[in-house]
Design a protein around this ligand. Structure first.
Ligand SMILES: [Zn+2]
Length: 396
């Protein structure tokens, strides 16, 4: 009898994964595919229902043969019924509500899958749950696990549409970047919202034009960055330096870890309507997963030694992270002594434009020479300033 229960659970687990995969596929290939993909999953749900009916039929036959199987049949009906009547979803929603701190993306994804099973693919709650999961996730870093899951499903004989990216991942020689967004043209900032809804509809987007009047900032910043191996990548949108654990930002009493820093040309933030030559964004995350970005405006002036080291080793074309042999770098060499700042709540300035990011734009600028600005391999990689929508900018 346990065989049937196991089969049912396997089918349900397969659907959870299929739902996640369909949505991942959406995030990669645009909204247009979403309904198709979710419909595919719906069809999967229908198929599963048929399967369940088959199982039930077999059960009924078995029941005739052996009345002693009845308790197990009831168990199976209960499991099936609890999805249909929403009990599992209710339990899960209550569980998520009871968790302290922000919801992790896996749980959000689980919520989407359960809503899909309970309410169907077209239900706005299902779409919203998946959408939120998408915005919470860093999809590029998840591609590997998505591919692994897809390949596992295919290997298990499931009908799964394999992402183009996953096929390419298996052929490293033919590595090709699929452009999802850009700084100009059809995939430019004005159209990011088509594929990444928050970029278009968010009300607290970055960057901002920083203009007074300012309220007083009570935030106290201190940085403790450590020297470490120089790990850099050209991700096709910017030059990024990845930082090993141990470099921290203290924001009042909260500790944030420096994850990476990267550059925009010209500066994304404007002061009184004017951009600087460039900006360096230092991206930090605390234990709860909250992000804080410290922006250092780079002003056209004299040569920067720190930039010289970085540019000498920066990959000219897009590719994976490189560890620069024999070169150490201390991120604090790009941070001015005074940490007086402008502060506002904003978002990632690149898709998916996730909100809830604290921005601290330092008032003290750091020099970079015109030659060095021109050596930066991206001519323009700055998102235009976004509406403040009544947001308060504080300063100290
Ligand atoms: Zn940035």
């Amino acid at each position: 009898m346990k065989k049937y229960l196991r089969l049912l659970i396997e089918i349900v687990m397969g659907l959870l994964l299929a739902g996640a995969l369909a949505f991942s596929y959406w995030s990669y290939n645009g909204k247009a595919h979403a309904i198709d993909e979710l419909t595919d999953v719906s069809e999967g749900v229908d198929e599963t229902k048929q399967e369940l009916e088959k199982v039930n039929k077999e059960l009924a036959e078995t029941k005739e043969k052996a009345a002693s199987f009845e308790p197990a049949a009831r168990e199976l009906a209960a499991v099936k019924g609890s999805f249909e009547n929403g009990v599992v979803l209710q339990d899960y929603e209550a569980f998520i509500k009871a968790q302290k701190g922000p919801v992790i993306s896996e749980r959000q994804l689980g919520l989407g899958a359960l809503r899909l099973l309970t309410k169907g693919a077209q239900d706005p709650d299902t779409i919203a749950a998946y959408q939120k999961a998408l915005e919470m996730a860093e999809w590029s870093s998840r591609l590997k696990s998505i591919c692994a899951a897809q390949n596992a499903l295919v290997a298990a004989g499931q009908k799964v549409k394999v992402l183009a990216d996953c096929v390419q991942a298996e052929e490293p020689a033919k590595e090709k970047h699929v452009v999802h967004w850009a700084y100009e043209g059809e995939m430019g900032p004005e159209n990011w919202g088509e594929e990444f809804p928050t970029c278009g509809s968010g009300k607290k987007q970055s960057p901002l034009n920083i203009v007074g009047p300012f309220e007083k900032s009570k935030d106290v910043l201190s940085v403790s960055y450590k020297e470490g191996p120089l790990k850099m990548l050209n991700n096709g949108h910017t030059i990024q330096v990845n930082v090993e654990p141990g470099s921290t930002l203290k924001l009042n009493k909260e500790v944030y870890n420096l994850l990476q820093f990267h550059f925009h040309r010209p500066s994304e933030e404007q002061i009184d309507g004017k951009p600087m030559a460039m900006v360096a964004h230092f991206v930090h995350k605390n234990a709860e997963g909250k992000l804080a970005v410290v922006g250092v405006l780079l002003n056209e002036g004299k040569d920067s030694e720190a930039i010289k080291t970085l540019w000498e080793n920066a990959p000219k074309s897009e590719g994976p992270e490189v560890v620069v042999e024999g070169v150490k770098f201390n991120p604090s060499s790009l941070i001015p002594a005074a940490l007086t700042h402008y502060h506002y709540e904003g978002s990632l300035t690149t898709p998916p434009c996730t909100e809830g990011v604290q921005f601290y734009i330092l008032k003290t600028t750091v020099d970079i020479s015109k030659k060095q600005v021109n050596e930066f391999p991206f001519k323009r990689n700055a998102r235009p300033v976004q509406p403040a929508n009544g947001r308060v900018i504080t300063a100290n």
